[in-house]
Every structure is written in structure tokens, then in C-alpha cells.
Design a protein. Structure first.
Length: 738
């Protein structure tokens, strides 16, 4: 630092400096750590691991070396980060249940599908696989660029030549700053076939490519249950999600009994955690069709599921488990990669394949030029050697008699300095006749190869034909059967009976005025219900079954649904209702019941507007619910009554009563409704659905009576009506329960 800068304080903007530093960190995390390169499908740590192992001569045919040695070389030469992160990356490259085509051949404990940790790096050994060797094929032939390492003492490749389609074959996952990547593995033979097709048909669509590589192929197998149209949309955009299920079969036992055996589980699901999850579901009675679960796995997965009884439908049993457990998962696509210009972006399938093919084309050109330079150097020397054989005596004379034989040879035979130097360095034994023949054969062979390479560099068609031939060789060399079954199935979640996922038993749901909800076993009378906490009081109860969906209608017009079987039971105050549904803080629950899908319901606001709707509309699967009645601050929902008669009778706060057929009320799905009764002042006090032949009922002074002359109040909808009967308690309404 110059002396003039010592003690100098410079004022800078904190926000600008912070933004600058954070941007530098974000770029470093994105480009140098988290996202794979589209050309070789590797993150920097994986690329450095493979390259360091090549320098250690850990090729597929060599012996193993301790992983600690590999990690040390990678950390010391190329990757100045923690040894644990480097070893974790190495381990994943060696796990055949994590990588579809492992790049590392591990010896020792590298973990298992149960989620057990690998042994320490000092105990495990490793070497490269044939796949890794294919990724580095030609790296010593100027196929790719190199750059200085972090300490400028070594050089490392910017990208590998990648004769193997690693990005799609092995997939990739990573989290950067503000972005992430998630690419599933595929079958390499299918990828090569799709790339081969793209070479011959550059305008091929994603649908054409998916005819050759229809879906991912996970190392743990499983069953992909999405339809081809959905997969095509995902591969076109590079984003989406697919459903992956475990593969299972029914195994017959003695006496007509049977059991389900799961042999393949979804990708990235730990088997021990999966079995623990199913056991918890069984203990909590969330899968009533399941009797028991056992793990009989060895080196292959074998999870045994016993049904509750032999009469259980195995398809229904598995459907309930797919819905409740990780026997079915979703794999999210986010094909976000670094392109050839080191720019992160989301690519579709066609772009990824084309980027890899363009890289292979560039590698072929660079290797061809490198080989031509080597051939030219060798041919220059061979031409000099052949001159020796033609003029052997003269060459010997010059070497013996001249003080400076090198310039003399160059002058006498028109040699270059390189040729003269090579002749002077020849051994006498090389002057045999056999050596002359071998040199002439080598000269002819190299000349033919030189002509072929010149033709290759001059013709794009020849280069693409060579790449297509390479693809066929790669597909044959690494071919193996597809592991993940592609079998789209109907989505049975909506049609799945509740009894298949929840054990059916009677419960009483109770809601307090302060918004606490819980379930009590059995249909319990109000006076026998557990006490609520001090300062609170019981608001609503509902007798139902654990398999029912309970509807809560808010005064603000929204309707919500909660599963009775999901509500807390046992001791305690229950759960705050607003944690289960998005109920506004100013809103309150008007009624709570289990709607009958075949029944119609009359909904009325406090201002006398309303409508009839089907029972199927009185449910909502989302936590936010849905708007059923359009309300206003001065006109909230006041009543929800099942339509159990042919007439409705309403009484207003002004004491006017009106009756008319229910058929005059419009039936709609949602809205504000029509005017039910008109008022000069006040609003709706109460209403009742009844049969005109039977008359409506009301209670006064504790005594119930039936109005025999109900027809007296029948008039048209939206009129004011007539005065209520004498002694009718207008302030209390009809006084009937419900």
C-alpha cells in the first residue's frame, strides 16, 4: 500500500457496498459451486474430484487409493473448501442408489439406501469408473480450455470433454442464490438415441425426442405415473413436477391370504424413514386397511405390507398408502444450468441436448486440430529420417568430418532445424533396414490420417457423422435396461373412500367462542362434553364420524372444510381454528355441520336476501375456503337451513311475517341471492322451512304450537308480508332448535 494511503478514510455508501459484496457472493455461489455446466453436467467440486483422481492415475484398471488421499489432493490443489463437503460429494458420486451411472468406484462403506452414513474417508477407497474415463476422454489433446487454480500453482479444466451425456444421464440438484436446479437422471441409451435423432433432424420437436427418451430413469426404479402430455410440457419448459410411485406386487400366501411386497421405492427416499413413516400412520390409525409393515430387505428392497383382512382390495390399500406416505413422491423439474457462456438459465430438453452436441462438435474440432499438429511434427521428423536412409553414406560422412554437422546437413539436404536435430539424435541401431520399412509404413499411415482429418475439418457433415457414430458407441458401451416403469394411472385421490385412509368411528366436534376446536370420541351430549378453559364457552357442536368433512360457514360468507379425523383428540384445549383455516380476525363461524351432498340448503343474509344451493357447494378443500355468499358489512350471513319442506316462512324485525313456496327462491352456486322479504326498516329475524299442509311451528312461553292457518301468510316473494300471530315472540323468532 502506498504511504499516501495510510490513515486515509474514504466514505462509501453502506447499501452500495453491501449490494456489491452480496452480488459477488451470489455470482460465486451460482457459477462456482451450485449449478452444473450444461456441457459436462458437473459442478466444480465434482469436476475437480474427477480430474484430481485422473492425475492420481486412479483409472478403472488401476488399484484403489484411500479417499482421504483424493480429498487431500482436491482440497490442496483445486478446491479450497472443507474436506467434509468434498468427501460428501465424492461419496454421492459412488452411490449407485443416488447416481444412475456412478463416476466413482468405491470400496468400503459408502452408505446405503436406509440413510446410514458412510465410513470416514480414512477407511474407504476409490477409483474412477469407465463413465468418468469417458467424460475425460481427450482432455490431454487440447479438447477443452484450462485455467489457473485458486493459488496459480496448478491448472484445471474449465469443462470436461464429456463423451458421456452426464447432465441428463445422472441428473443434478443444487441450490444457489435466488435460484436452484433439479434435473432427474435418464437412461443413457435413450439419451444417446434422442441426441442421434437431433443430429439427423435438427428441427425435431420435444415430442419427437420424447418418443425416444420418454421419461426419467431413476437408479432406484419406481413407477412414473404422469401422462405423456404432462411430461412433454415439462420437457419443453424445463419446469414442472412428476409423480413417482413405489413398485409393488401382490404375493399369495397359504390359506387364501396375501400380502403386498414393495420392491422399489421412489428416488431420494430413505427406506428406514419410509418404514418409520408407515408405522406411525398405522399407529395413529391413518391407514385402517393396513395390518402390519415389515422390512425384509437385504441387498435388495423388500418391504412387506400386510392387509387388515384378506377381503381388503390391494389396489385400495396401496392407493391409501400412496396418498398418505412417501411411497408416492413428486420430483420437481427445474432444469436450470450454466450454458456455454457460463450464464445460468432454464433450458428445455432440446436445448440441453443441442448444447451438449455443440460441445462435442467443438471438442472434435479441437482434438482434430491438435492431432494434425502432432502429425505434422511427426511427419517433419519422418521426412528427415527418410532422407537419411536415401543418403546414408553422405550423412555419415558429414557427421564424421564436419565441425558443425547440423548446419551442413541443413544445407546439403534442405532440412529444417528440427529434422537436422532429430537426425543427429538417431541411434546407430535405427539405421537397420527393418526400421526404414517401419518408418515408411508410419509415414504412409500418418499421411492418410492427415488427409482424413483435413477432410473432417473441411466438412461439417463428416464431423456430425463422426459424432453420431460416437453416440452409437456410447449407447452400446453403457447400455442397461430401463429401471423406472412408465405406467400412467388414473388419479384416484378424489375417488378414494375416506374409510381407506381414516378409521371410521363416531366423534363430537366442539368449537368454543374463542375459536378452539377439538374432537371428542363418541356422540356426546352437550352436558357431558369436557369443560373448556376459563374465560371461554362452548359455541357449536357437531356429531359426525372421523371420515366426515365438517363444514364451517362464516358470517362473512366464506365456507371452510376440515377433516373430523384430523382434529386433535384427548386431553387439552384442542387447536386454534385459525391455524386450520384462513378465517378473518373480525369474522366468526355461524354454523358447523356435515352437509348432505344430495340435500339443498337455504342461505339467507341479515338484510333479507338469500338463495338455495346444492349441498355439494358447502365444502372447500383449500385452507382459504371459498366465497359462498357475497356479503356487506351491514348484511352478513344469518341462516343456513336444509330445504326439508315445500314452503318457507320468514319474520322480520318489524314483526311482519311472510310465507311462499321454496320454488320461488332461485337456486345458484354462489352470490348475494334474491330478495326474500322486503322491509321498510330493520332486517330478517328468523326463518323456517315447512310443509304447508302441516303448518309452521313456533314457541312462546315455553309452549310449542303449530300454526294451522299458515296459508294466511302466503304471498309473493319479496313482499312485506302481514303481521305475525298474536303472542308471537318477534324478538326470539320461531324458537326452534337448529
Amino acid at each position: 500500500m502506498p504511504d499516501t494511503n495510510i490513515g486515509n478514510i474514504e466514505s462509501v455508501s453502506f447499501s452500495d457496498t453491501l449490494a456489491e459484496r452480496y452480488l459477488a457472493y451470489a455470482l460465486s455461489a451460482t457459477m462456482s459451486r451450485s449449478l452444473p455446466d450444461v456441457r459436462d453436467g458437473l459442478k466444480p467440486v465434482h469436476r475437480r474430484l474427477v480430474y484430481a483422481m485422473m492425475q492420481l492415475k486412479l483409472d478403472p484398471g488401476s488399484g484403489y487409493k484411500k479417499c482421504a488421499r483424493v480429498v487431500g489432493d482436491v482440497m490442496g490443489k483445486f478446491h479450497p473448501h472443507g474436506d467434509s463437503s468434498i468427501y460428501e460429494a465424492l461419496v454421492r458420486l459412488a452411490q449407485d442408489f443416488a447416481s444412475r451411472y456412478p463416476l466413482v468406484d468405491g470400496q468400503g462403506n459408502f452408505g446405503n439406501i436406509d440413510g446410514d452414513n458412510p465410513a470416514a474417508m480414512r477407511y474407504t477407497e476409490s477409483r474412477l469408473t469407465a463413465v468418468a474415463a469417458a467424460l475425460m476422454e481427450g482432455i490431454d489433446e487440447d479438447a477443452v480450455d484450462f485455467r489457473p487454480t485458486y493459488d496459480n500453482e496448478e491448472r484445471e479444466p474449465v469443462v470436461l470433454p464429456a463423451a458421456f451425456p452426464n447432465l441428463l444421464a445422472n441428473g443434478a440438484t443444487g441450490i444457489a442464490v435466488g435460484m436452484a436446479t433439479s434435473i432427474p437422471p435418464h437412461n443413457v441409451r435413450e439419451v444417446c438415441r434422442a441426441a442421434h435423432h437431433l443430429i439427423h433432424y435438427p428441427s425435431a420437436s420435444v415430442a419427437d425426442l420424447l418418443a425416444l427418451m420418454p421419461a426419467p430413469d431413476f437408479p432406484t426404479g419406481g413407477q412414473i405415473v404422469d401422462d405423456p402430455a404432462a411430461l412433454c410440457a415439462i420437457y419443453e419448459t424445463g419446469r414442472g413436477a412428476i409423480r413417482l410411485r413405489a413398485r409393488w406386487s401382490r404375493e399369495e400366501l397359504d390359506g387364501g391370504a396375501w400380502q403386498v411386497v414393495v420392491t422399489e421405492i421412489p428416488y431420494q427416499v430413505q427406506k428406514s424413514a419410509l418404514i418409520e413413516q408407515i408405522a406411525n400412520l398405522l399407529e395413529n390409525k391413518k391407514v385402517p386397511l393396513l395390518g402390519d409393515v415389515r422390512d425384509e430387505s437385504s441387498d435388495v428392497v423388500r418391504i412387506v405390507l400386510e392387509p387388515k383382512s384378506r377381503g381388503v382390495d390391494p389396489e385400495l390399500l396401496m392407493a391409501s398408502l400412496f396418498r398418505a406416505s412417501n411411497l408416492e413422491t413428486r420430483f420437481n423439474f427445474n432444469m436450470n444450468v450454466l450454458d456455454a457462456n457460463r450464464t445460468p438459465r432454464v433450458m428445455g430438453l432440446r436445448e440441453i441436448l443441442q448444447a451438449w452436441l455443440d460441445h462435442r462438435h467443438e471438442v472434435l474440432e479441437r482434438r482434430s486440430r491438435h492431432r494434425l499438429e502432432a502429425i505434422a511434427r511427426r511427419l517433419e521428423i519422418l521426412n528427415g529420417y527418410l532422407i537419411v536412409y536415401v543418403n546414408l553414406d553422405e550423412v555419415i560422412r558429414i557427421i564424421r568430418e564436419e565441425d558443425e554437422p547440423k548446419p551442413a546437413l541443413m544445407t546439403a539436404f534442405g532440412l529444417t532445424e528440427v529434422q537436422a536435430e532429430a537426425i543427429l539424435n538417431m541411434r546407430l541401431r535405427s539405421l537397420r533396414r527393418l526400421d526404414e520399412i517401419s518408418l515408411r509404413n508410419e509415414h504412409e499411415r500418418l499421411t492418410a490420417e492427415q488427409a482424413r482429418l483435413h477432410g473432417l475439418l473441411a466438412s461439417a457433415d463428416l464431423r456430425w457423422a463422426a459424432i453420431a457414430s460416437e453416440l452409437e458407441g456410447t449407447a452400446d458401451r453403457f447400455r442397461d435396461p430401463r429401471r423406472s416403469l412408465i405406467a400412467p394411472v388414473a388419479d384416484v385421490d378424489e375417488a378414494l373412500p375416506a374409510a381407506a385412509v381414516i378409521e371410521k368411528e363416531p366423534v363430537t366436534v366442539m368449537l368454543t367462542q374463542m375459536g378452539w376446536i377439538r374432537a371428542v370420541r363418541g356422540h356426546v351430549a352437550v352436558d357431558a362434553l369436557p369443560k373448556v378453559k376459563d374465560g371461554d364457552a362452548l359455541h357449536l357442536i357437531c356429531h359426525c364420524q372421523t371420515t366426515d368433512r365438517v363444514t364451517l360457514l362464516a358470517a362473512g360468507g366464506r365456507v371452510f372444510s376440515v377433516g373430523a379425523g384430523d382434529l386433535p383428540r384427548g386431553r387439552g384445549d384442542g387447536q386454534a381454528l385459525r391455524l386450520l383455516i384462513d378465517l378473518d380476525i373480525q369474522d366468526s363461524v355461524l354454523t358447523m355441520f356435515v352437509p348432505d351432498p344430495g340435500q339443498r340448503y337455504l342461505l339467507a343474509r341479515s338484510d333479507g336476501r338469500g338463495f338455495v344451493t346444492a349441498g355439494t357447494e358447502l365444502s372447500a378443500e383449500r385452507k382459504a375456503g371459498k366465497v359462498l355468499v357475497v356479503t356487506q358489512p351491514e348484511a352478513l350471513v344469518a341462516f343456513c337451513k336444509p330445504v326439508t319442506g315445500d314452503h318457507v316462512v320468514l319474520v322480520g324485525e318489524n314483526g311482519k311475517m311472510l310465507a311462499y313456496p321454496v320454488s320461488e327462491i332461485p337456486q345458484i352456486q354462489r352470490g348475494a341471492g334474491a330478495i326474500l322479504q322486503r322491509y321498510k326498516s330493520g332486517g330478517l329475524r328468523d326463518l323456517q322451512i315447512f310443509n304447508l299442509a302441516d303448518g309452521f311451528r313456533w314457541v312462546a312461553g315455553g309452549a310449542a304450537r303449530t300454526e294451522a292457518n299458515s296459508a294466511y301468510w302466503v304471498a309473493g316473494r319479496a313482499t312485506q308480508g302481514k303481521a305475525a300471530p298474536k303472542k308471537f315472540p318477534v324478538k326470539d323468532g320461531f324458537g326452534l332448535p337448529g
